[in-house]
Design a binder for this molecule. Structure first.
Ligand code: MGD
Ligand code: MGD
Ligand code: MO
Length: 766
């Protein structure tokens, strides 16, 4: 481990590679020595290791013990928990799994278990759970797509190619640094977000690439309700339209370009399908409404001249259109993704170095990188005997309406009748919208089982909580498809309390179900690491790359993975020769019109991108937009009890950003505790006044642990500041059914009552 400082035990997390180091009995974390811009989120770890809110023993909810499995409102009302020995707890879990499987079949078990479990390839909790349910019980109801990209994962294959194909080997940060002349980023490219990558990231390159581009004269323009979605030091211009109106803005820009003859008619003809039909919509010949700059200005709350000037700036330049995940986590989220691609196509930029459409660039650290030629290893999943699935964000609908039909990507499907949900590596009571509704859904289950390292909101609503290790308490292999390093993740300390690895827990359950050999294949976890590494070793050797054996890899701490050249991949090849390298779409070209999507007949997702006015807009009762975006100080809800996350709160509460004009109208001062509310719920937060937000918009990040209390007014209020008590649980459209958690509407007031104590950082009562 020559490049590491003394005593550095390498490890990997979604927020970066780091090393754990012991000094004077205390563990500290150091960033990877070659990371130019380390992520402070690693600072959440040290104080979390032995925090009182960690789960130390198997725990069973008292109501479930006393009354047995079955629908129970007490599940989500803060029931008490009883500690139990591992053997007895595992016996009960195995018996309950067997009961449900025998009585209702594996199609009554929901094992989607969405979430960002740890970065290691072997101990990846969902992979462990899915393998267990497949090998030991015959399968489970799964979920498809993600909260990240629920709409884009479904719309992109209809118009350009899969999310993977569109985001991998396309425009890189290297190209931005060297070639882009103007970057128009819808939703910005917040450095807080690109600090994070699934599987880990060894070098945070985004900020340096932006600075190099800016120094060369590249202009960056952020379209966002928040100023700090692009860093100040690159001279970024900030334009803040009304949230949720990006599609109208893009239409207004394109209308202006077309009116001035500044669009690339040749590219639209040679590389795209359906321009003529779309142009009739754009110019209002098909619906009577020209999508002019003036039309867009009224919808977006911008000046017409701003839109015209922006269109002029784009024309004739190497222009990159970026659309953040955030935009599609909203009503009709498919539209800004589709329209962003159409705008880039009409500018004739798709496939050029540093130009075109870079969906989600800057949203996460794995985008905009070279990709590895060798796959990172993953745990084989076995085969799932159950065909039923849900789009991931339809969880509450499934629980509340078993058997009901739903639309998805051209199919009418039915919600399965689920009796048991098993979660390992995710936190639904963090990630889902309208938490009060989600609670009603979970109350209907027979049994809810969770593996957690800490008493998260989901653990507090589970019937059985099995304590699991943190990543740093076990050995693993870390890596992602676009990071050049594969990491030997060294265990830095022993498990806290009686915590066990997910693998050990599932192996013990599989044994009780008579399926141990099928689940473990006779390997210990140490043997699995060697087994998974052998695949990498073979790949490296075949590629003629340096291929150390496992022990040498482990000793070194990391190895380099070979990468594809920065050649623009699919889009560049398609641009050069659309016949020889067609896009993986029905027409082999950019689908400005999709006959397939049109054929589905969805009013909420027609056959070409369109402005579809949202339902959830400000009213007299709820006059403010709420942007519920990703937190800067943690990854989602993870380690919210860690030092870095805790330090950013005020009076222990999450901070809501409010424009001074909106605050003044309500008699709110900086630092006041405020109450945000709408018809779904209420929460408290500490007000931070800032001119860096569009007036009429408030911003409260996700991730403060859900702490519902009766605040004395009869209504349940999250006293800690979790925005998902307020967000709306409604799919993006019939096409994708993605989450719409990013945006909703609320009212805000100064909180006059006694400020309740936050309770969720102590374990529940026995
Ligand atoms: N309103 C609103 N809601 C949102 C979003 C938004 O923008 N607005 N964003 C959405 C998005 S994009 C996402 S991805 C989701 C994120 O939602 P989640 O991924 O569910 O959130 P996390 O807090 O990362 O939850 C991961 C959980 O896994 C646990 N865990 C970590 N490692 C292990 C392990 O090894 N084993 C086990 N058993 N558990 C482990 C952690 O303790 C943590 O509780 O949230 C979504 N929710
Ligand atoms: N520090 C940190 N980084 C993270 C995560 C984390 O939890 N913490 N989560 C990671 C994950 S899983 C994901 S999926 C990505 C998520 O990536 P995104 O979903 O893109 O991230 P957000 O921060 O939610 O949103 C980005 C910005 O979009 C802007 N925005 C919101 N609504 C609108 C709108 O209607 N129009 C426009 N133009 N802009 C809008 C907001 O100002 C917001 O700051 O982030 C990743 N990065
Ligand atoms: Mo995400």
């Amino acid at each position: 481990m020559t490049i590491y400082p003394k005593g550095f035990a390498p490890h990997s997390s979604h927020w970066g590679l780091f090393g754990a180091k012991w000094q004077d009995g205390a563990l500290s974390v150091l960033p990877h020595p070659r990371d130019p811009d380390p992520n402070p989120l690693i600072e959440n770890l040290p104080a979390a290791l032995h925090h009182p809110v960690r789960v130390t023993r198997p725990m069973i909810r008292r109501g479930w013990l006393e009354r047995g499995p079955g629908p129970d409102d007490a599940r989500t009302r803060g029931d008490a928990y009883v500690a139990m020995d591992w053997d007895e707890a595992l016996d009960r879990v195995a018996a309950e799994l067997r009961r449900v499987r025998d009585a209702h079949g594996p199609q009554a078990i929901f094992g989607g278990s969405y979430g960002w479990s740890s970065a290691g390839r072997f101990h990846h909790a969902q992979s462990q759970l899915h393998r267990f349910l497949n090998t030991a019980l015959g399968g489970y109801v799964r979920s498809v797509n993600s909260y990240s990209a629920g709409a884009s994962m479904v719309i992109l294959p209809h118009i350009l190619g899969s999310l993977e194909q569109v985001t991998r080997r396309n425009v890189t940060w290297e190209q931005v640094a060297l070639d882009s002349e103007i970057v128009l980023a819808f939703g910005g490219m917040a450095l807080k977000n690109s600090r994070v990558a699934a599987g880990g990231v060894s070098q945070h390159v985004e900020h340096a690439a932006m600075r190099r581009a800016a120094a060369r004269g590249c202009r960056f323009i952020s379209i966002s309700p928040l100023r700090d979605d692009l860093p100040e030091d690159i001279g970024a211009q900030w334009i803040a339209p009304r949230p949720g109106t990006d599609t109208a803005l893009m239409l207004g820009l394109l209308h202006t370009l077309v009116a001035a003859g500044r669009h690339d008619a040749v590219f639209l003809e040679s590389h795209c399908v359906g321009w003529g039909e779309f142009q009739a919509y754009l110019e209002g010949r098909s619906d009577g409404t020209p999508k002019s700059a003036a039309w867009a200005a009224a919808i977006c709350g911008l000046a017409e001249s701003e839109i015209v000037t922006l269109a002029q700036a784009l024309a004739g330049r190497r222009a990159l259109i970026v659309v953040a995940h955030a935009l599609q986590r909203a009503e009709h989220g498919e539209q800004p993704v589709w329209m962003g691609a159409v705008l880039a196509a009409a500018l004739g930029q798709i496939g050029l170095a540093g130009g075109g459409f870079a969906y989600a660039l800057g949203t996460l650290a794995h985008y905009g990188r070279r990709s590895n030629t060798i796959q990172v290893p993953s745990l084989p999943q076995g085969s799932n005997g159950v065909r039923d699935f849900i789009p991931v964000a339809r969880i509450a609908d499934m629980l509340l309406h078993p058997g009901a039909p739903f639309e998805y990507n051209g199919e009418t499907r039915r919600y399965p009748d689920v009796r048991l949900a098993y979660w390992a590596g995710g936190n639904p009571f963090h990630h889902h919208q309208d938490l009060a509704r989600l609670e009603r859904g979970f109350a209907r289950l027979d049994t809810f089982i969770v593996h957690e390292s800490a008493w998260t909101a989901s653990a507090r609503r589970a019937d059985i909580v099995l304590p699991c290790t943190l990543t740093i308490e076990r050995d693993d292999i870390g890596g992602g498809p676009t990071d050049p390093l594969l990491v030997a993740m060294h265990r830095a300390l022993a498990p806290h309390g009686q915590a066990r690895d997910d693998y050990e827990i599932f192996a013990a359950l599989a044994e009780r179900l008579g399926r141990k050999a099928e689940f473990t294949e006779g390997r210990s976890s140490a043997e699995w690491l060697r087994h998974l590494y052998a695949q990498v070793h073979a790949g490296l050797a075949a590629a003629g790359a340096v291929a150390p054996d496992f022990d040498a890899f482990w000793e070194r701490g990391e190895i380099e993975m070979p990468q594809h050249p920065d050649d623009g991949g699919l889009m560049r090849a398609f641009r050069r020769d659309p016949l020889a390298h067609p896009l993986p779409t029905p027409g082999g070209k950019v689908q400005i019109v999709s006959a397939r999507v049109k054929g589905f007949g969805y009013a909420d997702c027609p056959g070409h991108p369109a402005w579809l006015p949202p339902v959830d807009v400000p009213t007299d009762r709820h006059p403010l937009y709420l942007v519920a975006n990703q937190p800067a100080t943690r990854l989602h809800s993870q380690l919210d009890f860690g030092g870095f996350s805790a330090a950013a709160k005020r009076d222990g509460r999450e901070v809501v950003t409010v424009h001074p004009a909106d605050a003044a109208a309500r008699g709110i001062q900086d630092g006041d505790i405020v109450r945000l509310f709408n018809d779904r719920g209420a929460c408290l937060a500490s007000a931070h006044l800032s001119e860096g937000i569009r007036a009429g918009v408030v911003q409260l990040p996700t991730g403060a642990w859900y702490d519902p209390q009766d605040a004395g007014d009869g209504q349940v209020t999250c006293v800690h500041g979790n925005p998902n008590v307020l967000t709306r649980d409604h799919g993006t459209s019939s096409l994708a059914q993605g989450s719409t958690g990013q945006l909703t509407t609320v009212q805000l007031e100064r909180y006059a009552g006694n400020v309740p104590t936050i309770t969720v950082f102590s374990p529940p009562t026995p």
